[in-house]
Design a binder for this molecule. Structure first.
Ligand code: ATP
Ligand code: MG
Length: 562
C-alpha cells in the first residue's frame, strides 16, 4: 500500500483526553477515531490489525470444531424476557421499540439467541455436541467507556457457544476453548494469565478469565509466583498477615471528630490493622452491616455474593439503623445482620460505638458481637497465598477474554431440550466463550511499545514491512524504492510504502510510531553503495543488503522460511 494514497492520519501530539498508552498511540498512529463516547471508527491500519486478529481467532475456533454463523445485532425482547435478563440487566442494555411499538434490544451477548436456535434445530443426542461461533458487533451502553478501544460501547467480539448432552461433554469443550484461547494470545504476541473469575451476569458453574498484565487494565489479579495460583481480586482468596493485638479490656474512648480510620488511628496512636471498618448497606431485605479490618478493602462483588444486590446506606439510613453517626458505626449491640470478613475471626479491635465522637476499644469478635463470617476483603499485595503461603502479587490487567460454564441457565427457560438415548427430554448443557479483538490489539500495544511508538508483534502488525524512500524527489532513489516495492509485494510480503514527499525525519518518526516489524530504507547509501538499510523495530538492529538480497533477508528477519 502506498502511503501517499492512503488514509493514515498520524499526529505529532498525544490527544489531550487520552491516558492509556494504547489509546494515545492508536489515535496518534491513525488507527482509530472516536465518533462519540466509546464509539469508534476503525481507519485502514486499525482495520487491518482487527482483520489479522480475527483471522487467527477464526483459525483456532475452526481447529476445535467451531462452526461460524452470524446472529442479528437487533433482538426481540421476548427471548431476553424468557431468560429473565430483560429485567436483571440495567442500563447497559440498549433498548428500543420498533415501528409497531414492540420492545427490542441491541445484542450485548448472544446466549438467548443460541438457546432459541438450539431449541429449534437440536432434536436428539445425535445432534450433539456443537460449537457455534460468530465474530460480530456487540452493543453495550457501558457506564464508563474508557481507555480508547479497551472499553467501548460498540465493539466486535468473537463469541462461541457449546451445546452438550452432559457435564462431561461441557468439560471437554470448555477445556478445548481454554487451549484455543491460549493459542490465540500466544499467536497474537500477548502475555496473559488464566485466572478464576466470578461468573457474574452470565450465571453458571465456573469461569476463567484471560488477563493481559498492563497498567491500563481495569481489573486486578492476584498472582502467586511460587505455586501459580492466579485469580481476579474479586474472587481471590489469601491470608492477611495478622498484627500483634494488645490485651485491651472493653471500654469506651472519646474520639472527637475522628471519623475515618486514619483519623481514629492518629488520635489513638494505633495502626489501622487494629480497627474494624463498618459499612452499613441497604439490601433487598433491609439494612446490613459489613465489616473488614481497617487496613483492608471491602470488595463489592464478594459482599454481593453474600447479601445480594446492595447499595451503601445514606446518612439518615445509617442513623436509623445504628442510632449513631456515620463514622462511628460499629457492630456491638446492633440487631443488624452482620457479615464480617474471615480475618476478623480472631483479634481485639477498636470499632465505632454507635454514638457521636465515641469508639469502643477492646472489641473481640464472637464475644462482643455475633457475625456471619465470609471472605469480603480484596486480596492485597504481600498477603500470603492461600494455597502455598508465598507472598502474592497484585497486578493490573486487561481482561482479553473469558469462558463460562453456563449449564442449563438458558436452555431451560428457552426450551433448548434434546432427546437422550432413552427418548427422555433433557436440557442442553451450554457453555459460552468471549474474546475481544480490540482488547487484544490494545493489550499488544500496551505490552509492546517504547517512547517512539508501537512495536507490533509480527502476526498482527497492519503490515510486515515499512518501505521508506528518504527523498521522494530524487528520481534515482525513487526508482530503486519502486523496484523494491514491486519485488517485496510480488514475494508476498505486506508492504506499506512511504512514498510521500515529506522530509526524511518526518518519515522516520512516523515509521517508529507505526511500529511495523521491519523498516527498509532507501536513502543516500542506496545511491552511493547500492544498498538499502533493513532495521528491526523491536531491537533497533540495522543491517544492509543489496536490493536483490533484501527479500530473503527480510523474510529471515520476519521468522519465515525463505
Ligand atoms: P468487563 O468485565 O471488562 O466489562 P465482560 O466480562 O463484560 O468484560 P464479556 O461479556 O465476557 O466481558 O465479553 C467477552 C470479551 O469481550 C471480554 O473478555 C473483552 O475482551 C470483550 N469486551 C467486553 N466488553 C467490552 C467493551 N466494552 N469494549 C471492548 N471489548 C469488550
Ligand atoms: Mg462488562
Amino acid at each position: 500500500m502506498r502511503w501517499s494514497r492512503s488514509l493514515i492520519p498520524t499526529l505529532k501530539e498525544d490527544p489531550a483526553d487520552a491516558e492509556a498508552v494504547s489509546h494515545k498511540l492508536m489515535i496518534r498512529a491513525g488507527l482509530v477515531r472516536q465518533l462519540a463516547a466509546g464509539i469508534y471508527v476503525y481507519l485502514p491500519l486499525g482495520q487491518r490489525v482487527m482483520d489479522k486478529i480475527a483471522a487467527i481467532i477464526r483459525e483456532e475456533m475452526n481447529r476445535i470444531g467451531g462452526q461460524e454463523i452470524t446472529m442479528p445485532v437487533i433482538h426481540p425482547a421476548e427471548i431476553w424476557q424468557q431468560s429473565g435478563r430483560w429485567s436483571t440487566i440495567g442500563g447497559e442494555m440498549f433498548r428500543l421499540k420498533d415501528r409497531n411499538q414492540r420492545d427490542m434490544c441491541l445484542g450485548m451477548t448472544h446466549e438467548e439467541v443460541i438457546a432459541w436456535l438450539a431449541a429449534r434445530e437440536i432434536r436428539s443426542y445425535r445432534d450433539l455436541p456443537q460449537i457455534w461461533y460468530q465474530i460480530q458487533t456487540k452493543e453495550r451502553d457501558e457506564a464508563r467507556p474508557k481507555s480508547g478501544v479497551l472499553r467501548t460501547r460498540e465493539f466486535v467480539m468473537k463469541d462461541s457457544y457449546t451445546l452438550d448432552r452432559d457435564a462431561a461433554g461441557l468439560d471437554s469443550q470448555y477445556e478445548a476453548h481454554r487451549q484455543a484461547y491460549c493459542r490465540i494470545y500466544d499467536r497474537c504476541g500477548v502475555r496473559y494469565f488464566v485466572v478464576e473469575s466470578d461468573p457474574g451476569m452470565m450465571g453458571g458453574a465456573g469461569s476463567h478469565e484471560f488477563m493481559a498484565p498492563s497498567q491500563a487494565g481495569e481489573d486486578r489479579v492476584a498472582i502467586c509466583a511460587r505455586c501459580g495460583y492466579a485469580a481476579n481480586v474479586e474472587l481471590a482468596v489469601s491470608r492477611a498477615p495478622a498484627p500483634t493485638f494488645p490485651a485491651w479490656a472493653l471500654e469506651e474512648v472519646a474520639t472527637p471528630d475522628a471519623k475515618t480510620i486514619a483519623e481514629v488511628c492518629a488520635f489513638l496512636g494505633i495502626e489501622p490493622a487494629l480497627t474494624i471498618k463498618a459499612l452499613v448497606v441497604m439490601t433487598d431485605s433491609g439494612p446490613a452491616l459489613a465489616l473488614v479490618r481497617g487496613d483492608h478493602q471491602l470488595h463489592e462483588r464478594k459482599l454481593q455474593r453474600v447479601v445480594g444486590a446492595f447499595r451503601p446506606a445514606r446518612r439518615e439510613e445509617i442513623v436509623e439503623a445504628t442510632g449513631g453517626e456515620a463514622g462511628f458505626v460499629g457492630p456491638v449491640g446492633l440487631a443488624l445482620r452482620t457479615i464480617a470478613d474471615e480475618t476478623l475471626r480472631t483479634g481485639c479491635y477498636v470499632t465505632g460505638a454507635n454514638k457521636p465522637d465515641t469508639h469502643l476499644r477492646g472489641v473481640v469478635p464472637g464475644t462482643h458481637f455475633r457475625a456471619e463470617f465470609a471472605d469480603l476483603r480484596e486480596a492485597a499485595p504481600g498477603d500470603a497465598c492461600a494455597m502455598c503461603g508465598a507472598a502474592l502479587a497484585v497486578e493490573p490487567a486487561i481482561e482479553v477474554g473469558n469462558i463460562f460454564k453456563l449449564g442449563t441457565k438458558y436452555s431451560v427457560p428457552l426450551g433448548a431440550l434434546y432427546l437422550d438415548e432413552q427418548g427422555q427430554e433433557r436440557p442442553i448443557i451450554m457453555g459460552s466463550y468471549g474474546i475481544g479483538p480490540a482488547r487484544i490489539a490494545a493489550a499488544a500495544i500496551e505490552q509492546n511499545h517504547d517512547k517512539d511508538g508501537m512495536i507490533w508483534p509480527e502476526t498482527i502488525a497492519p503490515f510486515q514491512v515499512h518501505l521508506l524512500v528518504v527523498n521522494a524527489r530524487d528520481t534515482k532513489m525513487t526508482e530503486m524504492a519502486e523496484e523494491l516495492y514491486a519485488a517485496l509485494t510480488t514475494a508476498g510480503l505486506e508492504v506499506l510504502y512511504d512514498d510521500r514527499d515529506e522530509r526524511g525525519g518526518v518519515k522516520f518518526k512516523d515509521a517508529d510510531l507505526l511500529g511495523l516489524p521491519v523498516r527498509v530504507t532507501v536513502g543516500s547509501r542506496a545511491l552511493k553503495e547500492g544498498v538499502v538499510e533493513i532495521r528491526r523495530r523491536r531491537t533497533g538492529e540495522v543491517a544492509t543488503a543489496a536490493p536483490a538480497d533484501s527479500v530473503a533477508q527480510i523474510r529471515t528477519l520476519l521468522g519465515r522460511s525463505a
